[in-house]
Design a protein around this ligand. Structure first.
Ligand SMILES: [Ca+2]
Ligand SMILES: [Ca+2]
Length: 203
């Protein structure tokens, strides 16, 4: 007997996702089925999200970073990722346009969501990124960026900011567009790899 709930993806969500991502209706339907199978509640909790990261980075301490990434994906701040938020995250990190990715990076760094980034916020994210890098790999980092503090200083200097200044979203995006070196310093590309592996699972 057919299950009437087997394709409960609402038309609104489907249309919105089709509009904002490059995914087809068929792909979205298929992913939704898998999503529901793995997350029967239709939502990914922060704990589940953290354990996904933990399983991908057994030798690191990805908890803090996973929490920050989770927050940046949880658009309505209800503490869970629903299918829509999940697909937008997948799209952003794997195939989004540069501008979308930079907007997301800004949201990641803007911890309190007040529309500007302080040096403290930079330090906090950079620290969580360092927890993802093995001690061995940290030894190979350039002298002036081999601690979270040094790297945060370097980013701050790139933007030509004084200690208590703030970076607005416009400055953040423009700064990175003007100098791709900053991109390397602010990002950790593993989320993309995580997303890709998740995506493989969904096929
Ligand atoms: Ca949410
Ligand atoms: Ca802020």
């Amino acid at each position: 007997m057919g299950n009437s709930k087997s394709c409960a993806l609402s038309k609104e969500v489907l249309e919105e996702l089709k509009l904002n991502t490059r995914y087809t209706k068929e792909q979205l339907h298929t992913w939704y089925q898998t999503f529901l199978r793995e997350c029967p509640t239709g939502r990914i909790s922060q704990q589940q999200f953290e354990s996904i990261y933990a399983s991908f980075f057994p030798d690191a301490d990805p908890k803090a970073y996973a929490q920050h990434v989770f927050r940046s994906f949880d658009q309505n701040s209800d503490g869970t990722l629903d299918f829509k938020e999940y697909i937008v995250a997948l799209h952003l990190t794997s195939s989004g346009k540069t501008m979308e990715k930079l907007e997301w990076a800004f949201a990641l760094y803007d911890l309190d969501g007040n529309g500007s980034i302080t040096k403290n916020e930079i330090q906090e994210i950079v620290r969580s990124i360092f927890n993802m890098i093995s001690k061995e790999a940290q030894k190979n980092l350039p002298q002036d960026e081999n601690t979270p503090e040094k790297r945060a200083d370097k980013i701050w200097d790139f933007f030509g900011k004084k200690e208590n200044d703030k970076i607005t979203e416009g400055e953040f995006i423009q700064g990175i567009m003007d100098n791709k070196n900053i991109l390397r310093l602010i990002q950790f590309d593993e989320p993309q790899k995580v997303q890709e592996r998740l995506k493989e699972k969904k096929h």
